[in-house]
Design a protein around this ligand. Structure first.
Ligand SMILES: [Zn+2]
Length: 457
């Protein structure tokens, strides 16, 4: 074999099924060989990773950058992601959200186009269009978008952008024919409205601590179960976003039979923090659905790899001014976590609860890539993109928002000591982040064209 571009030597490769000492050979952005260093071709560049782990780059299917309710651009969001070991992400293209204004005549194609022309990502990126209008014109757009490699769509059952069950059912009928995914934020709107009213009237009802009761677990479970059933009725691919509670997992599990097209994720913060964090963090820890109980966290862990097949970030970048200083209902929703998600989830899941490294790789790399139609992402195997993370499982450090590459000015993990640190991140064979610093030009990232995902595996 002729000389290849790059060899990573001296590491332990982690796949979704095992971990073993091996070198990884990279040429032209692709993994060309994994195995004993002596059996691999010579390389122009050789990097000794010094006994650290070599993981597939994390694939984060749920982020909010360059759009509604976030102050991260592609440049800042993907820089935070790269430093956090994330090499591909999917963000949202909001129908009718045009540069800071809602426009009721907005189209899905227009929203996708605005992202395509937005500035330079450092890692590979794609979008899920968010359907916010119940019109036949919206349905008429789906076929062409799927044909163009946009193979998943987001919908909400709550807040001002909610859709009716009837319309969501029509979307799933059409997506089922196309093989595309419907991902749904599920909370029963009318229950949340009434609960919010009573919480606001209660003593200390304005404090962040009171917020979780305004969006109860049963409201999440009612809506998740209902929409999973709607999708299943037409055998549409249903993906439940940010599952937070035992009640919601149970509702999804009740629909998720063998061979069904029902999948769900949770997010790192729901595994790492319970609602008592709101005492400490106030409105900073407000997101929807809210943080739950310790029993819910235990239930989520029990379902990782079962009903819950993906762990995402739901990264939302906000300044502290839009979180703090008022009652909880004036706080913007969402927390930033692209940079901290892998270290925090590793610390929580592997270090504290004994999750295996291959399980971590399935939840954070393989499963999201397969679920969202990215056949060259999420695995360390010949033929896959050379998206690689060198991870030191033993290094301990303290998280601080001072290190944020995101425009967000705080971290819900501020002051948390974690063991396990991202050392280097490679995107298609190019080193993009090294010891917390960005070392490649924004614009290295590509816009992902996705396939119709195969959920039969
Ligand atoms: Zn989200």
């Amino acid at each position: 074999m002729t000389e290849i571009e790059l060899l990573l030597t001296g590491g332990t490769v982690v796949t979704g099924s095992s971990m073993f000492e091996a070198a990884v050979g990279v040429d032209d952005g692709t993994i060309v060989a994994v195995g004993d260093e002596g059996a691999l071709p010579a390389a122009a560049e050789e990097i000794d990773v010094d006994g650290n782990l070599v993981l597939p780059g994390v694939v984060d299917p749920h982020t909010h950058i360059a759009g509604y309710n976030t102050i991260d651009s592609y440049e800042t969001g993907t820089a935070a992601a790269a430093v956090g070991g994330i090499t591909s992400l999917l963000t949202f293209a909001w129908q009718g959200w045009d540069d800071g204004e809602w426009d009721d005549s907005g189209t899905l194609a227009g929203a996708v186009e605005r992202h395509r022309t937005a500035a330079s990502p450092l890692i590979d990126v794609g979008v899920h269009p968010v359907i916010t209008q119940e019109t036949d014109d919206t349905l008429a757009e789906l076929d062409a978008l799927v044909a163009a490699g946009i193979t998943s769509f987001k919908m909400f059952t709550t807040d001002d952008i909610r859709l009716s069950h009837g319309f969501i059912g029509r979307v799933f009928e059409q997506l089922a024919d196309l093989g595309a995914v419907g991902m749904v934020h599920t909370e029963e709107y009318s229950v949340c409205v009434e609960q919010a009213k009573s919480v606001r009237k209660s003593p200390s009802g304005a404090s962040a601590t009171a917020y979780p009761a305004s969006r109860p677990d049963y409201a999440e479970a009612m809506s998740a179960g209902a929409v999973a059933r709607l999708a299943s009725a037409v055998d549409g691919k249903y993906y439940g976003v940010h599952t937070t509670s035992e009640a919601a997992v149970d509702a999804i599990a009740a629909v998720q039979t063998d061979g069904s097209n029902v999948r769900a994720e949770t997010c790192t913060h729901y595994t790492a923090l319970d609602r008592t964090a709101l005492d400490r963090l106030g409105n900073r820890a407000i997101m929807a659905p809210p943080l739950r109980s310790q029993a819910d966290i235990d239930a989520l862990f029990a379902q990782l790899g079962e009903t819950l097949s993906v762990v995402s970030t739901d990264h939302v970048a906000l300044p502290t001014e839009r979180k703090e200083g008022g009652p909880w209902w004036e706080s913007a929703f969402g927390v930033n976590s692209l940079q901290t998600s892998l270290p925090v989830f590793h610390d929580e899941a592997v270090n504290r609860r004994g999750l295996s490294y291959p399980s971590l790789v399935r939840l954070c790399c393989e499963n999201p890539a397969r679920t969202f139609g990215l056949p060259t992402k999420g695995r360390i195997e010949p033929g896959f993109d050379a998206d690689l993370v060198v991870f030191d499982p033993d290094e301990t450090y303290t998280i601080s928002a001072e290190d944020n590459h995101s425009n967000a000015t705080y971290s819900i993990y501020e002051g948390r000591e974690v063991t396990g640190r991202v050392k280097q991140t490679f995107v298609r064979g190019t080193l993009v982040a090294d010891e917390g610093e960005i070392v490649a030009d924004p614009g290295h990232g590509r816009r992902l064209t996705r396939e119709i995902p195969d959920w039969t595996a």
